[in-house]
Design a protein around this ligand. Sequence first.
Ligand code: 5GP
Length: 258
Amino acid sequence: MSRRKQIYEGKAKILYEGPEPGTLVQYFKDDATAFNAQKKATLDGKGVLNNRISEFVMIRLGEIGIPTHFIKRLNMREQLIKKVEIIPLEVICRNVAAGTMSKRLGIEEGEKLPRSIVEFCLKRDDLGDPLIAEEHIHAFGWATHAELDEMIAMTLRINDYLQGMFSGIGINLIDFKIEFGRLSTETGDHQVVLADEISPDSCRLWDRETNKKLDKDRFRRDLGDVTEAYTEVATRLGILQSNPPQGKPTLSVVSNDE
Ligand code: 5GP
């Protein structure tokens, strides 16, 4: 791995040059950060779980026609992805009030929103990813009108699909954050594709019966059992096999990891 060229290191992932032009290898770290990296920890196995969960979600979304950067999973911690130019926006979609929306608008966590709401933050760690309006995006040229329309339409389709997918395994999708990139096409145009990851690091997932948090809020709020919660999500999605004798899920499975 050390011989590969590192392109970028983020808080939870590293990007390496890929084997073919136009590809990258996305490596999922065990590192967890919150509150603009003021809180940090290493959570054994988180990277493996997020690699598997994000692979699962990206494949399902690809099947319903959402273009993504995902090509294939390479091993326990890495996936091959298409190289894109990341659009510097975090697109957040909310179904139930929680987190910064609850704080900002004084709405109690858990209150169902009148409809799904899409918000935008500027991807700027040094500014704490501030909430912005569509006006800012247009005025500063962070995305074109057409790109923004596509991102909003894709986000709402992703939300519909993921709400159903998680509902089928007894989980309420409270909110999530996604990122998009520009993929250069052979004709010299750009296609907007879903990039980054979709995992319990970037979604709020609450058990439908108990409202137990099965996501990164367990880390942010010191609730404990973070990887256990991620394992629960992966197990319910059918990514991990249960080990009947001990009744404990195991990370070793489902296909041919290198
Ligand atoms: P909030 O704005 O309430 O903190 O977050 C809304 C949703 O977006 C949550 O599901 C949260 O996990 C996700 N989110 C917001 N900012 C980030 C971020 O910088 N990184 C990740 N991984 N997720 C984020």
